[in-house]
Design a protein around this ligand. Sequence first.
Ligand code: NAD
Ligand code: DAU
Length: 331
Amino acid sequence: MRLLVCGGAGFIGSTFVELRVREHGDAVTVLDRLTYAGRPENLREVRDEIRFVQGAIEDPAAVADAVAGAEAIVNFAAETHVDRSIAEPFAFSVTNGQGTHVLLEAARERSLRYVQVSTDEVYGSIESGSFTEASPLAPSSPYSATKTGADLLVCSYFHTYGLETAVCRGSNNYGPRQYPEKLIPLMILNALAGDHLPVYGDGRNVRNWLHVEDFSRGIGHVLAHGIPGETYNCGGPDECENVDVVKRIVALTGADESLIEYVTDRPGHDRRYSLLSEKLQGLGWTARMRFDDGLEQTVRWYTENAWWWEPIRSGAYRDYYERHYGRALKA
Ligand code: NAD
Ligand code: DAU
């Protein structure tokens, strides 16, 4: 296929692009603004096989340039970190809301298929059981509220204009190249450096862990086989309390459990996420990677790829870290 992949220089988008180029021989254009989370290095394996356009999805001119020749748009581009959305929410409305709207218009003008990459956070928190695609939408953070708004806009373009849309909602992803503001890479890098491991609240919040390649393949199934107008959940095979995730990382890195420090909870912190993915499984998708294996592989990747994360740990990330956690990383 000829694909426009928005946000393809980020964590999940770059994994998706690699898979599409290597396993499907797709012709891919990436449109990415290269925010702090988007890095050209993430695409270095396929650099010579794709077209890259640097630009914002909320900029119609950049979108018009990037979309030329595409048959479908897959949108990963977003502001994605819940903590940042609490501290500085406006960028989330612009990218996640307005940006999605500009992409939908571009798809409508050219009658392109459109896949929106979304999140389990649109359903809010669930104490027991699992969300289906029919569960009510109840987002808790500015991040998840803007993602919910985007999902609703996508649905409106199906109902109003007959655009061939689909939404794929993933649970918490992990794997190589995830920016170290998120739980797993942050804990791995801090454990390797002997920095404290800041666990929010009582550490008993539960996340449903999904390997990034499994999510990328799930999105591929939605692109190929999804019914227009439908939404598909894509959940991981295992769930785990945060403090257990951190203890597993401590064991895998050989760090000391005394580094674990319970810190002030995130405001509005969702207790548990869980997705039922039977609808996507009906399209032939299944998660291949169990959390134990995927976590071990991920710790190994960060251990062996300091070239990827050293520039982040020594750059503007240090200021973010100090502002957010109220203490500095080790020099
Ligand atoms: P990420 O933060 O690693 O990457 C986001 C990418 O979008 C970056 O390359 C960034 O430069 C780009 N971007 C940001 N604003 C842009 C703009 N205005 N115009 C163009 N590009 C812009 O994010 P990720 O974790 O890879 O998430 C990708 C998508 O998957 C997001 O839509 C997110 O909501 C969704 N999602 C993430 C997870 C997860 O656990 N990480 C789970 C479910 C769904
Ligand atoms: O569920 C899917 C979502 O997963 C995606 O839509 C988001 O883009 C992605 O960022 C992620 O959101 P979370 O808020 O669940 O991920 P995060 O890695 O920030 O936090 C995971 C859990 O770990 C959460 O309960 C908060 C906790 N946490 C996080 C950090 C960064 C800590 O205890 N300490 C920390 O320092």
